[in-house]
Design a protein around this ligand. Structure first.
Ligand SMILES: *Cc1c(COP(=O)(O)O)cnc(C)c1O
Length: 349
């Protein structure tokens, strides 16, 4: 940070290049391009892919609204699909049914920190000529059984460095990674006012840049990401043990530990709202990710998906609750959360 201040390299500069190189290497792709936030990362990937008005893009209905906003921002239509009952990630069988002759891309969202099973998805995308744009905003460092990281398997991998994410800046930030040199060049052009390396404005672009201070912070924190993720996994395993065998609580379904970096630890409970209120009274903050499946949000009412369109996601939305988790949560704090949940179940049953 001091180097950025002393050299006044606030936008661009060596700190940004250093972080972009380190992040690309960490994820296992040739190119990383810093941008202003995760939503822009998705939007710029879509624009670089040439997706726009008249096109359709498939995404899960249970995700943060930013995934859909980026699709809307380029003028394409978000096509929601239901999620898997167990892991609440995109249900590939439902995605297959949603393909039309307008479908151009599919966006697997590695939600809660757990990777979508990419093998079958990539095969499906290839068979239909669809681009794959991974939303890895919650999954920095998650890896499949082959050791390949979230974001490195599709045509584009999109990341957010919002402070609460597994790799967080001290403000907003994001990045797109891609194995394709031409795509990388276009991402740089579009995110910097359409300015080509020659200096000429070849496209009508945007201002979406990752600044030098944030890059310096991210470069320092990246060295600790594997430790942070290990600590999150250890905390998740502790919750699993503490909450084991409670009949009214469903614990997160984890396919393989390395594929999950526990951005969130999401349990299910039919009396979710009462449970949250009980925890709240004990001074334990919880969250809901997300309260409305996107097709039922007022923002996307115009797309005309009636209630009942995606029953798995709709049911889950009534039952999910995210417990406190972070690399530095203590065993005592987790024991308190578990005790309060047991207390609720005893009192209410
Ligand atoms: C955080 C997040 C984004 C958007 O990132 P911002 O940096 O907040 O714009 C996109 N998708 C998912 C799944 C996210 O969790």
């Amino acid at each position: 940070m001091r180097e950025v201040l002393e050299t006044a390299a606030f936008i661009g500069g060596p700190a940004l290049s250093r972080f972009e190189r380190a992040f690309a290497q960490y994820i296992g792709v040739d190119h990383a391009i810093g941008v202003a936030n995760g939503t822009d990362a998705l939007e710029l990937a879509l624009r670089t892919a040439g997706i726009g008005p008249g096109d359709e893009v498939i995404l899960p209905t249970n995700t943060f609204i930013a995934t859909a906003e980026a699709i809307s921002a380029v003028g394409a239509r978000p096509c929601f699909v239901d999620v898997d009952e167990q892991d609440l990630l995109l249900d590939l069988e439902r995605a297959k049914e949603a393909v039309t002759d307008k479908t151009k891309a599919i966006v697997p969202v590695h939600l809660f920190g757990q990777m979508v099973s990419m093998g079958p998805l990539l095969a499906f995308a290839k068979a239909h000529g669809l681009l794959v744009i991974e939303d890895a905003a919650q999954a920095h460092g998650a890896e499949d059984t082959g050791g390949r990281k979230a974001g490195s398997l599709g045509d584009f991998g999109c990341f957010s460095f919002y402070p609460g994410k597994n790799l967080g800046a001290y403000g907003d930030g994001g990045a797109v990674v891609t194995p394709d040199g031409a795509h990388a060049t276009m991402l740089r052009v579009l995110s910097n006012h359409g300015r080509a390396e020659s200096g000429g404005h070849t496209h009508v672009g945007r201002n979406s840049r990752l600044d030098g201070l944030q890059a310096a912070i991210l470069d320092a924190k990246l060295k600790h990401l594997d430790t942070f993720n290990r600590e999150r996994r250890e905390a998740a395993v502790r919750y699993d043990v503490l909450l084991e065998g409670l009949s009214d609580i469903t614990l997160p379904h984890v396919r393989a530990l390395p594929s999950h970096v526990f951005h969130l630890y999401v349990i299910r409970c039919e009396r979710r709202d009462a449970l949250r209120a009980h925890l709240g009274r004990a001074g334990i903050a919880t969250g809901i990710h997300y309260a409305d499946p996107l097709h039922l949000t007022p923002a996307y009412a115009t797309l005309g998906y009636p209630k009942g369109s995606f029953p798995v996601a709709e049911k889950a939305a009534r039952e999910i609750v995210s417990l406190p988790i972070s690399p530095d949560i203590t065993e005592d704090q987790q024991a308190r959360v578990a005790e309060s949940i047991r207390d609720f179940l005893r009192g209410a049953s």
